[in-house]
Ligand binder design. Structure first.
Ligand code: TYM
Length: 321
């Protein structure tokens, strides 16, 4: 089984990225051939600073490796190092109905927020479909916000196969219910564009301040809280604390025996220790950038070996070869 996923270098990674995609992706390394990449072409639709892109890309590489991506087991590369994906984007783009792209949530959200759309932003799901299809991927671990994109990929693959004969593998999304949408500090989906994130490798003081600033409902702490499960601090605690600890804390909160300040302090402490091993690993990697660049170079070579075979198959099928 082939597993594939990507992540954009559009800023600092947050725990929504971690629990929604990286953690499942890291666990799936055990179950098949894992292909993971840094989607730097995609970042071009919204980030226009070359130095920033270079830094973010290196940052994502460090983050993913520090969190447990094992380059001996997985293929890990920078999307733009395997430029074959842009040819497949063109090929499948000619079979992608405009209407399908016009219905894309992420495109509609971005334009609704006033971002003036470019062709790349509109074509974003086609490039993502090409990422997935270029590697004969079976399973794509993502957060809920990417579900529609994987469904579009399936539609495109089916259409290609109908037009040109069985050529492309139709993938399935893998979305875990518990972490499909990790909430941000304000209760909306955690997202860089909402400014509500907790970074994976954030500065201690800054994150403590963010967590202590989570808004709680206004009832006095002593009053029992029947809606504890909707409490953002509890939802985040469930991700970073041992299950037993999270359950006890929730019970105390429901019973009115735990103040919000103490709850948030506990959340910070558990967050901080949850990522402590990865933080140490990241510092080690940051001091050894030759190794990290070597991993990406080697990953690009291995990714290209697979990509060229599938691209050739697609070219032949549609009469280009
Ligand atoms: P990106 O970079 O926005 O996010 C990376 C992954 O993190 C997940 N995620 C979340 N999951 C749960 N809760 C949240 N609050 C949360 N925020 C982010 C996203 O769902 C995603 O899985 N288009 C993709 C990158 C991409 C890709 C691909 C993914 C490009 N090509 C091919 C899979 C396959 C993106 O922008 O993800």
């Amino acid at each position: 089984m082939r597993i594939l996923s990507g992540i954009q270098p559009s800023g600092t990674l947050h725990i929504g990225n971690y629990f929604g995609m990286m953690k499942p992706a890291i666990e799936l390394q055990e179950r098949g051939e894992a292909y993971y990449f840094i989607a730097d072409y995609h970042s071009m639709t919204s980030l226009f600073d070359p130095e920033q892109r270079r830094q973010n890309t290196l940052g994502v590489a460090l983050d993913f490796l520090a969190c447990g991506l094992d380059p001996k087991r997985s293929v890990f590369w920078r999307q733009s190092d395997v430029a074959e994906v842009t040819e497949l984007t063109w090929i499948i783009g000619t079979l992608t109905p405009m209407g399908l792209l016009e219905r894309a949530h992420s495109y509609k959200d971005k334009t609704a927020r006033g971002i003036s759309p470019n062709f790349g932003l509109f074509a974003y799901p086609v490039l993502m479909a090409a990422d997935i299809l270029l590697f004969d991927s079976n399973l794509v671990p993502v957060g809920r916000d990417q579900k529609q994109h994987v469904e579009m990929t399936r539609d495109i693959a089916i259409k290609f196969n109908q037009a040109y004969g069985e050529t492309l593998v139709v993938p399935e999304p893998e979305i875990r219910d518990e972490t499909a949408i990790v909430p941000g500090l304000d209760g909306q989906k955690m997202s860089k564009s909402y400014g509500n994130t907790v970074e994976i490798f954030g500065d201690e003081k800054a994150i403590r301040k963010k967590i202590m600033g989570i808004k709680m409902d206004s009832r006095t702490p002593a009053e029992p809280k029947p809606n504890a499960d909707q409490n953002i601090a509890i939802q985040l605690l469930k991700l970073v604390a041992p299950a037993e600890v999270a359950r006890e804390t929730e019970e105390r909160l429901r019973a009115g025996g735990l103040g919000y300040g103490d709850l948030k302090k506990a959340l910070f402490e558990h967050y901080w220790s949850f990522f402590a091993p990865a933080r140490a690993k990241r510092a080690e990697l940051a001091a050894n950038l030759d190794y990290v660049n070597g991993v990406l170079r080697d990953g690009a070579e291995r990714a290209r070996a697979t990509a060229t075979v599938v691209l050739e198959r697609a070219r032949r099928a549609c009469g280009l070869a």
